[in-house]
Design a protein around this ligand. Structure first.
Ligand SMILES: *Cc1c(COP(=O)(O)O)cnc(C)c1O
Length: 401
């Protein structure tokens, strides 16, 4: 058997668990501390002649809007986790999405966008970019490849989609979309917040650029906002130059440090939430008080074949469901939950639920069953499956007509 000696400086020699712990963390030579310290400093020492500084280089420690110890450490780890050449971390998931759009779109450009995308993404494409910059978008059913192809134009720069859509769980066929984008000289940009590494790496399935809200699974503890874009160095460098240095939506060193700590347990947490989500989804599916449930691990998922192809070992702890009785019951049901918190965001250690309203523009775009009943989005956390099921069970019992 040939073995490769593990080298923390070369992530390709490390397994997912090892690199999640070791990459971007090193002993501090000044103190001997075994963890990379939190460095709260806006500036770093300049050389004797500051005119020699190359301000276009974003891995030189000069000023924290350009780079900082904790940002660089997190970027190294996230690039390693994604098997990507490079990463840029920013203040939030939305800042990361905006950074891609700001860097790569110009007036007159066109984008093909999944109609099921995060609210701020939707607002950027539908409201802000057309009005402010003359950049237009066609919203499409991302599962209809003919519709995607028909929407492509000579000035189309991107296809933009989520891997698994929030909150509908619609799966995008990334390999097919990647091919389609390339055939038109466009990029496939993927918001993979529902499907974090190491379980799924969108870059290995046809994506050119991948955005994550670090706020969710990757930090995993519900206590810091952040965003990242990963991809080839030739695509990430302009984002650092234009959107990070010149627009300035940088992450704070403290949040970068918190997220770096959170990522140490990312592979373990994902294993746990995927297992628990499967158990909870099967329980919901078997219960007559539930009208429908959507989870990518269920045989009843409308795209089960694509789910098995892209996520053979599971990908997410996010599911969507509706109790019988219609949306009037949803708020009462949520109010009766004792463990599961009524709150937005997801991917935290605690399980969260949110009632996504049945009215409004975006819900109309989701189609059935979401439009008719509205949706409860459930983010499975690290609690015991039996406790979560017992909580759901008692809240269903307490709200029976
Ligand atoms: C939360 C979320 C975002 C935005 O991330 P923030 O960190 O809140 O800015 C973007 N896309 C998806 C799919 C999300 O769930």
């Amino acid at each position: 058997m040939v073995t490769v000696a593990p080298d923390p400086a070369d992530p390709s020699t490390l397994g997912d668990g090892t690199l999640s712990v070791h990459v971007g963390n090193s002993m501090d030579p000044a103190s001997g501390a075994v963890r990379t310290p939190l460095t709260l400093s806006n500036s770093y020492a300049l050389p004797y002649d500051p005119r020699e500084v190359d301000w276009t280089v974003t891995d030189q420690l000069l000023y924290t809007r350009v780079s900082g110890i904790n940002q660089l450490a997190l970027q190294r780890k996230l690039a390693a986790l994604e098997h990507a050449e490079d990463a840029v971390v920013l203040a939030s998931g939305v800042a990361a999405t905006h950074a891609v759009l700001f860097t790569y779109l110009n007036s007159g450009d066109h984008v093909v966008v999944s109609r099921e995308v995060y609210e701020a993404t939707y607002n950027l494409f539908v409201e802000l970019l057309p009005r402010k910059y003359g950049i237009t978008a066609d919203l499409v059913d991302i599962t209809d490849l003919d519709a995607v192809r028909a929407a492509m134009r000579p000035e189309t720069r991107f296809i933009f989609t989520e891997t698994i859509a929030n909150p509908t769980t619609t799966i995008a066929d990334l390999p097919a979309l990647g091919e389609l984008a390339r055939a038109h000289g466009a990029l496939l940009v993927v918001d993979a917040t529902y499907t974090p590494p190491p379980r799924f790496r969108a870059l290995e399935h046809g994506a050119d650029l991948v955005v994550h809200s670090l706020t969710k699974y990757i930090n995993g503890h519900g206590d810091a906002l952040g965003g990242v874009v990963v991809g080839r160095t030739s695509l990430i460098d302009p984002i650092k130059q234009q959107a990070m240095v010149d627009v300035g939506g940088v992450i704070s060193p403290f949040n970068a440090w918190l997220i770096q700590r959170g990522t140490s347990t990312l592979p373990l947490r994902l294993e746990r939430v995927i297992q628990t989500a499967q158990t909870v989804a099967e329980w919901l599916e078997s219960d007559s008080r539930i009208e429908w449930v959507r989870y990518v691990g269920l045989d009843a998922h409308p795209q089960r074949h694509l789910a098995r192809q892209l996520f053979p070992a599971g990908a997410t702890g996010m599911l969507a469901f509706a109790p019988t009785g219609g949306p009037d019951r949803f708020n009462a049901f949520v109010a009766k939950l004792r463990l599961i918190a009524n709150a937005t965001s997801f991917g935290h250690d605690e399980t969260l639920i949110v009632h996504v309203g049945a009215s409004g523009m975006r819900q109309d775009l989701y189609g059935e069953p979401f439009t008719a009943t509205g949706t409860l989005r459930l983010s499975i956390g690290l609690e015991d499956a039996a406790d979560l099921i017992a909580d759901l069970d008692q809240a269903l019992a307490a709200t029976e007509a």
